[in-house]
Design a protein around this ligand. Sequence first.
Ligand code: BT5
Length: 280
Amino acid sequence: MHVSRDVGAARIPGDLTPERIQARLRTEVIGRSLRVLTEVRSTNDLAMEEGRRGAPEGLAILADRQTGGRGRRGRAWESPAGLGLYTSILLRPECPAAKAPVLTLLAGLATGEAMGEVAGLPVRLKWPNDVLVGGRKAAGILAEMAGADERVSHVVIGIGINVNQGPGDFPAPLLATAGSLFLATGRLTARSELAAALYNSLDRWYRVFRAGRIEAILAAGRERSATLGHAVEVLEGGGRWRGRAVDLDDDGALLVREEGGALRRVLAGDVSIRAPETVT
Ligand code: BT5
C-alpha cells in the first residue's frame, strides 16, 4: 500500500495530502489513523477489510481515485482522479444493529455541515443518503455494517463528495442530476481542507451518538431535510407507491403518509420527490 504525498491530476495541484489534513484535524477519534491513497477499488471495501482485521475505530481511508466506487444496491459511484473526495471511516459503535441506520443520517449531517462550512452554501439532505446542493446530488453516503443482530462488530461510513468537477467532468447520464461544489460556487476547493472539516464534524456528531443523544441527530436531520413535507414516490422491494413524507422515526426510518391515509415506515428504499405539478 502506498501513501501519496502529492497526487497528480488534481485541479488544485497537491491539494490532497495527509499532512495538510492532519494540520487541521481537531478530532478525538475520527481520522487519528489516516491513510491517503492514490488509487483504490473502493475505500469502503478496504475499510471493511481493515475492520475485520481489527483496525482501530476512527480509521479514515481516503483515495484520490476509485476504480470501483460503489453506491447502494450494486450501483456505481463516479470517482474520477483529482476532482472528488472519496473516503471511508471505520466505526465500532457499541449498539445493536437496529440502532446503526441513524449513522447514515449522522454522516449526511456531517457531510452537509463540512460542505457548507468550506464552500459557504446551503446543503440539504434527501432521504436516505443523498446530499444536495442547489437541488443536485453533490455527495452520497454508503454505510455498511458487519456483526450480529444484538451487537455491531463494525460499521464503515463511505462518503463521496463531488468537489472540483466542472460540467464536462460528469458522464452524460449524470449531467442533469449531479452537482459539485465548483458547479455551485464557481470556486475550486482544496480537498484536504474539506476532508479535515468533514472529519471534525463527524467526530462531533459521533460524540453526540455515543452519548445516546439520538434525538439531537434526528432534530438536526429534520431541519436539513429536503424530503420532509413533500409528496414522494417510494420504491421498495420491487413495489412502488405514493404518499407524503411526514417525519423521521426514532431509528432514522422515513415515515410516509400513504395516499389513502396509512402511515408507513420506510427503512430501506429509494424515494423520489415528486414535482409540485404532479401532486394530487
Ligand atoms: C450513493 O449511492 O449515493 C452512495 C455513494 C457513496 C460513495 C462513496 S465514495 C467512498 C466510498 N467508497 C465507495 O465505494 N463508496 C463510498 P446511491 O444512492 O446508490 O447512488 C448511486 C447513483 O448516483 C448512481 O446510480 C448514479 O445515478 C448516481 N451517481 C454516481 N456517481 C455519482 C456522482 N459522482 N455524483 C452524483 N451522482 C452520482
